[in-house]
Design a protein around this ligand. Structure first.
Ligand code: AMP
Length: 458
């Protein structure tokens, strides 16, 4: 199928051609015709599938026809869980809409000054991209008129649910015309998402594109339960001494944890170094070059810094801390098994990580087999599968267990965002993806804790 066959406005086709796209991706092939026909859709599609264009192209196509409704308010509203995603969506709207006359794209994000946002909202807006919390503030102050809103897009709805934004999303949706077209994108379409869709969408078409599972087929995934930090350090030491390990990336939750763990490993004689977002570009490049030319055996990294690393000799990925988002798990373990080679992904989890594990397994569609090492068995036994966090929870379990309550009560559950209410209705504030979590890290090889890591390493 070609883009021409999608019957998009010629000005949009010109921008697509300029972007270098030749063929619509599967999600675009399925979603665009449904959206042009005016249907609501709920689609399971991850980042990287071309989902942004899948909704932005039909949105722009709709905007090419002038509206008769007199208002300055947005005609398209996109809600995203994070600022980063909102900015990406805004950029995409500008890129694909550059040849359409006067498409005004405005981003309203948490953490940015109100006076500037007030000014942006006082002008006619075509596409508004927003994180829910801040948008609610503006709605409550009467600054947004949704009279001419035609399309509401919920991007990464599963993350908005997990980050506690769904109540806000519902409030926002209630402020928009019932005649709107509603689109929901989510990594997975599960019961919780179905309930959101039942409230906000009208007889939606379901669209499913292939799961990330196939990408992981050459990677053996192992799980080790760890009682505490000392246990994690001993398990790590064991994995790193494996002779089949050529090079490894060890993932930690925060930048400071990456530094202290790398120092620790270096002190134990490993060719180890850290890679994270606080390092300047020169330091990062130097570390990556060392990794590429084999001068480093162990790279200790955070999610953001390690994205896109493509080094053939990485035989092992070790999740010293589990990622908070299932999507990050797939990105992380995809650093091994490059170019068709086999790879091993080892994850350390405490019994409190149950909800996280469940989310990862649901996302990948694969169960991670738990392993023990003689002499390093966990003292605390995890709950049996299907009877606790590792089994796919039923609706009642999901309702009772908030992702915040599942492992600990720290607020940093998510990438850069703003405050939201979790499924238990508590307000939380999400922080930078590189800085999630507070934890003990520095233990020496005897397992004695030598330091304490504060909540945020900013
Ligand atoms: P997304 O899943 O929306 O985050 O998009 C992932 C990447 O795919 C972005 O960098 C887009 O620019 C790119 N992309 C989207 N659609 C296409 C397409 N049809 N052909 C090639 N690249 C695309």
């Amino acid at each position: 199928m070609s883009f021409e066959e999608l019957n998009l406005n010629p000005s949009i086709l010109r921008a697509i051609q300029e972007a270098g796209y030749t063929t619509p991706t599967p999600i675009q092939q399925q979603a665009v015709p449904e959206l042009i026909a005016g249907h609501d859709i709920m689609a399971s599609a991850q980042t990287g599938t071309g989902k942004t264009a899948a909704f932005m192209l039909p949105a722009l196509h709709a905007l090419a026809t002038p509206t008769q409704i007199r208002s300055r308010g947005p005609r398209v509203l996109v809600l995203t869980p994070t600022r980063e995603l909102a900015l990406q969506v805004s950029e995409a709207a500008k890129k694909y809409g550059k040849y359409l006359p006067r498409i005004n794209v405005v981003s309203i994000l948490g953490g940015m000054p109100y006076p500037l946002q007030n000014k942006l909202l006082s002008q006619p807006v075509d596409i508004l991209v927003a994180t829910p919390g801040r948008l609610i503030d503006h709605i409550q102050r009467g600054r947004i008129d949704f009279k001419r809103l035609q399309m509401l897009v919920l991007d990464e709805a599963d993350r908005m649910l997990d980050m506690g934004f769904i109540e806000d999303v519902e409030t926002i949706a209630a402020a928009t015309p019932a005649t709107r077209q509603t689109l929901l994108f989510s990594a997975t379409l599960d019961n919780a998402i179905d309930r959101v869709a039942a409230k906000l969408l009208k007889t939606p078409k379901r669209i499913q594109v292939s799961s990330p599972k196939s990408k992981l087929d050459n990677i053996e995934q192992r799980l080790h339960y760890a009682d505490d930090m000392s246990h994690k350090n001993r398990l790590l030491n064991h994995v790193l001494r494996d002779e089949t390990l050529k090079q490894a990336i060890v993932f930690t939750a925060t930048k400071r944890d990456a530094d202290s763990l790398a120092d620790n490993l270096y002190a134990q004689g490993y060719a180890a170094a850290a890679l994270h977002g606080d390092m300047n570009q020169r330091e990062r490049t130097r570390t990556l070059t060392r990794l590429r030319n084999g001068g480093l055996r162990v790279l200790v990294a955070t999610d953001v810094a390690a994205r896109g690393i493509d080094v053939a000799d990485i035989t092992h990925v070790i999740n010293f801390d589990l990622p908070k988002f299932a999507e990050d798990y797939v990105h992380r373990i995809g650093r091994t098994g490059r170019a068709g080679a086999a790879g091993i992904a080892v994850s350390f989890a405490s019994v409190k990580d149950g909800m996280n594990l469940t989310k990862i397994e649901r996302y990948t569609g694969q169960r991670i087999a738990s392993h023990t090492i003689p002499g390093l068995e966990p003292r605390i036994k995890p709950r049996s599968p299907g009877n606790g966090p590792r089994g796919t929870p039923n609706v009642t379990q999901r309702r009772k267990r908030s992702p915040f309550a599942g492992h600990d009560s720290r607020p940093g559950f998510g990438a850069t965002g703003e405050s939201g209410r979790n499924r238990n209705g508590q307000r939380g504030r999400s922080i930078d993806a590189d800085n999630r979590g507070n934890s003990f890290r520095n233990s020496n090889s005897n397992g004695n804790r030598t330091g304490y890591q504060a909540a945020r390493s900013k």
